[in-house]
Design a protein around this ligand. Structure first.
Ligand SMILES: *[C@@H]1O[C@H](CO)[C@@H](O)[C@H](O)[C@H]1NC(C)=O
Ligand SMILES: *[C@@H]1O[C@H](CO)[C@@H](O)[C@H](O)[C@H]1NC(C)=O
Ligand SMILES: *[C@@H]1O[C@H](CO)[C@@H](O)[C@H](O)[C@H]1NC(C)=O
Ligand SMILES: *[C@@H]1O[C@H](CO)[C@@H](O)[C@H](O)[C@H]1NC(C)=O
Length: 186
């Protein structure tokens, strides 16, 4: 008897849990972003020669590599710190609206992937405050990264940002398009 009741309780709670999970997923899918923005950021990696305009630097390299050339094996073990200008269009020379500041590290030997942790720090008449992003970057054509928080105009922001590599010039320059979709706005 007790066993039957236990099983009934388990089945019931399983049904409740799975239905609330499905509802939750449906809710998220049907939810429209409360704010959408597109920015570009430009990364010029220091390579020993471009000290004047470099905006990022290799600060960690695996044994046998150095900090002016990205390591072999898909750069595994390289850690790069950046302070990159953010622009509204894809022109590196447009007036920046803020800086993308943080780091990326290459975290797979057999595959080209990275892990990103950075903030957009805005200081323009249009936006003040910051948006913080973190998560894995499989370096596919388009990939999503979590928006985990914000300050100022973006207080308590949460959502998703779709990253697209917009240009690559050798190992010294790349440009990312960032489509930010906030699902929580205050
Ligand atoms: C950085 O500056 C160098 C020297 O002025 C220039 O040749 C190079 O094109 C610049 N890189 C970018 C991405 O603007
Ligand atoms: C860094 O490593 C690369 C690749 O092994 C090499 O070509 C370059 O000369 C090294 N640079 C320095 C400053 O040691
Ligand atoms: C933000 O911009 C204002 C006005 O241009 C400037 O005075 C201030 O120093 C800037 N703050 C930061 C953190 O860059
Ligand atoms: C990312 O690209 C890799 C290699 O091209 C592919 O195997 C993988 O399925 C892609 N992942 C996603 C989420 O599209």
């Amino acid at each position: 008897m007790a066993a039957t009741r236990l099983i009934a309780t388990l089945v019931l709670s399983f049904l409740l849990l799975s239905s609330s999970d499905a509802t939750h997923r449906k809710k998220i899918r049907s939810r429209r972003p409360c704010k959408q923005m597109v920015f570009y950021f430009h990364d010029i990696l220091y390579n020993g020669k471009n000290g004047k305009n470099a905006t990022s630097a290799i600060v960690g390299a695996p044994a046998g590599a150095n900090r002016t050339t990205l390591a072999g094996q898909n750069h595994f073990g390289n850690l790069v710190v950046f302070d990159d200008p953010i622009t509204l269009d894809n022109n590196l020379h447009s007036i920046p609206v803020g800086r993308a500041q943080g780091f990326y590290l290459y975290d797979r030997k057999d595959f080209f992937t990275a892990w990103l942790g950075f903030s957009f720090v805005f200081n323009s008449t249009r936006h003040k405050g910051s948006i913080t992003f973190a998560g894995p970057d499989p370096l596919n054509k388009t990939r999503d990264i979590s928006v985990i928080g914000g300050t100022g105009d973006f207080f308590m922001a949460r959502g998703i940002a779709t990253l697209m590599t917009n240009a690559v010039e050798g190992e010294a320059y790349f440009r990312l398009q960032v489509d930010i979709k906030l699902l929580e706005c205050w």
